[in-house]
Design a protein around this ligand. Structure first.
Ligand SMILES: NC(=O)c1ccc[n+]([C@@H]2O[C@H](COP(=O)([O-])OP(=O)(O)OC[C@H]3O[C@@H](n4cnc5c(N)ncnc54)[C@H](O)[C@@H]3O)[C@@H](O)[C@H]2O)c1
Length: 425
């Protein structure tokens, strides 16, 4: 059992406070709004949420939850504070952190006197970097904690949805705690001992980002399904049936497949089929911005790779992989062919290693594509990785062809791995 204060008696704070108290913790809710505080103390939820009235009434009656407008009272009655105040959009769309900052400043000054062991946990949704660069300094300056160990700062993003918040609290997709040191996360993880689900202790930036990515993905799914519905309707298909069937593929569709930050997609199908959908949408004025944006996003990824290579300030490049993925000789719309074409055009001295490609065996559209984009491919290809390595000042790993290279041969070399490096700091 822990002594916990929850700042913000809104949708997240009220549910969290009530559930923590139900699970045996001694909880005090803090809010600047005296009306909300009075309602919590009367066992009457200030927000509408199925199941909350029963829990709140019971925990207030048992004395395990009370609320106050006094920050000092909240801090004094707890060893751990969960901050769940609002982080609305500013006019610019940026995160408005004023409420969080004001709580942390006051909380820090109050703790400054006692300097007792205390854990501050940001539950509000905040972009990565805000906690580390703006909020932690505010808290440390106000409390005088600097790098002292008595004050621990973590984040613990919330994944509940309004209207099913209690159910979501009791069966979360996972519990994520961001902390600089794994031991800092322990008191936070202990709060959720009765709650099932996998636990992950990660960096504070990863924890903050996961929350945004989940919400962006949910929103993307809605918009994607809606665009499919419009397209299907226009093409005389049943969008509901289409999406139901699409979701039955748990190998490639509803799965981790394709969900890693990497290089651009390509090949003979994805770009072509997206173009066909986009063209149909344009011809029928369907106003579907998502589908063409996928191709635009893909082209930007190619440009990013070019920029990264240019920034290396090297001229002799060794490219590993040329077809759109390993173990095929299909070069049609391979983003690596496009990359090679751009690099050659910019005057880079390029050498390519892809054992799956034999120029003499290319034919049909595959050959036509290469003739159009890399007419001198035969001169660029090298026979083995040693040849590539002796040529290259910079090795660019493009596909899983790179997995067959002896890793030690890359030690001490300048390497860009397009499969991972575009998604890393
Ligand atoms: N609503 C959701 O479904 C949901 C889900 C996950 C995460 N979140 C995130 O959780 C955070 C809180 O969201 P919410 O919907 O509960 O907000 P909310 O607006 O319902 O509640 C915020 C509460 O904070 C109080 N408050 C403001 N300043 C305060 C201060 N200085 N001291 C104490 N209390 C103060 C307000 O009076 C209000 O009651 C946001 O960052 C939000 O993005 C929300």
């Amino acid at each position: 059992m822990q002594k916990v204060s929850v700042f913000g008696m809104g949708y997240v704070g009220c549910v969290t406070a009530a559930c923590l108290a139900r699970d045996g913790h001694q909880v005090i809710g803090v809010d600047v709004d005296p009306h909300k505080v009075a309602r919590v103390n009367a066992g009457d939820p200030p927000v509408s949420e199925p199941g909350l009235p029963e829990i709140l009434r019971s925990v207030v009656q048992s004395g395990r939850l009370r609320a106050t407008t006094s920050l000092e009272e909240g801090v004094d009655a707890s060893d751990l504070a969960l901050i769940a105040v609002g982080t609305p959009s500013a006019d610019s769309g940026a995160v408005d952190t004023r409420a969080v900052e004001s709580v942390l400043r006051a909380l820090g000054s109050h703790l400054r006197v006692s300097k007792r062991r205390f854990t501050v946990v940001l539950r509000s949704t905040l972009l990565p970097g805000i906690l580390e660069q703006r909020l932690a300094p505010v808290l440390r300056e106000a409390s005088g904690a600097d790098s002292e160990e008595w004050l621990r700062i973590c984040n613990n993003p919330e994944f509940l949805r309004e209207s099913s918040a209690i159910k979501d609290y009791d069966a979360p997709p996972f519990i994520v705690v961001g902390a600089d040191h794994p031991q800092d996360a322990e008191p936070v993880l202990d709060l959720y001992l009765p709650v099932p689900g996998e636990r992950f202790t990660v960096s504070t930036r990863t924890a903050a980002m996961v929350k945004y990515v989940c919400n962006a993905f949910h929103a993307l799914k809605v918009a994607f399904a809606n665009e499919v519905g419009v397209l299907a309707r226009s093409l005389g298909a049943d969008g509901h049936e289409v999406m139901q069937l699409m979701c039955r593929d748990t190998k490639l569709n509803i799965s981790p497949a394709y969900l890693r930050p990497g290089f651009a997609f390509g090949g003979s199908c994805l770009p072509k089929d997206l173009r066909a959908l986009t063209r149909h949408a344009e011809e029928h004025s369907l106003q579907l911005p998502l589908m063409p944006a996928i191709l635009e996003s893909n082209e930007n990824q190619l440009r990013r790779a070019v920029r990264l290579i240019e920034q290396s300030r090297t001229r002799r490049i060794g490219l590993v992989g040329l077809s759109f993925k390993a173990n095929t000789d299909d070069l049609r719309e391979s983003p690596l062919v496009m990359l090679a074409e751009i690099l050659v055009g910019k005057g880079f001295d390029l050498c390519i290693f892809d054992p799956g490609i034999q120029v003499t065996r290319l034919h049909g559209r595959n050959l036509a594509y290469v003739d159009q984009h890399l007419p001198h491919l035969a001169r660029l290809l090298c026979d083995n990785s040693d040849e590539l390595l002796s040529h290259a000042e910079l090795v660019v790993l493009g596909t899983d062809v790179a997995n067959a290279l002896d890793r030690s041969s890359l030690t001490g070399r300048r390497v860009i791995d397009l499969r991972t490096d575009l998604g890393r700091p």
